[in-house]
Design a protein around this ligand. Sequence first.
Ligand SMILES: [Zn+2]
Length: 304
Amino acid sequence: MADLIVDGDQLDGVLGSLNFEKTSCPHCGSVYFVRYGRTRIGRQRYSCRECRKTFSETTGTPFMYSKKTLRTWAGYLFCMGGGLTLRQISKALGMNLSTAFSWRHKILSVAVTKTDTVLTETIEVNEFWLKENFKGCRRINPHFRDAENRCPILMLSCRDSQGNIMLRAATRKGLRKLEYADISDILGPVIKRCKMLVTTSNLSYVSFAKKKHLRLCMPYSASYRRPGFSLRNAEIQARGFKGFLKRFRSVASKYLSHYMNWYRIMLNRSGSLTAEIMDMLSSRPRMLTVYDLKNVQFDGTLRQ
Ligand SMILES: [Zn+2]
């Protein structure tokens, strides 16, 4: 099964298109450096003329301390894009399960930093709920251990008429409605040249639309309904994301933003998922540590 998914020729193409060339020293920023042999696993090494330190093409990227080859990383992304489970991936690539798990989150956290969504023209904004999940969370408030008290997360599924998409965790503060300030915080920075907002019947969107001079349509409200506009695409997208999460049996909510980005990349990719993420990983300014991962919160920010 594994060899069906990881196609050697395609992998070579992906690896060939990656650029690991350094333009400055990652230690001091100097542009005066020379080639200085190869590392033990065959990566190009450089020596800086100013700080005298050596570095390689992967210094400062998540590949830096990895003993696995870039080919293995690309193979991993390939399997991930093909929807293989962690167990299947670890078998296919001969790595242990915990490595497979940490790679998933290294990869997904990179996708988070590259999120620069813009929504334009006609925007559909649908709200949906996800059940809170505390898998892998040790220091949990005992109050939330009781299934009845778990707060669900309110999600926004947004899609514009140009096909741009955004999924965002909006709030986890119990079953309250989104207020004007929440909506403004989330949608304010991403809408550009927007003309029409199509959304749920929450009246907080009315004040947001007024402030931003947007025409407003609420398909489920008699007074704001407009012919020809619906929330169909945003609703399909929300259902698609829920289905996508089911693949993983259960997703810790602190990693939710990682999965949202993964889903977004899968829907929106222009080229190969593998090439795109390998490129993001290799241009990441610093190593993401295991410590960082433990502190990722449900909306993708790091706990201080
Ligand atoms: Zn230097």
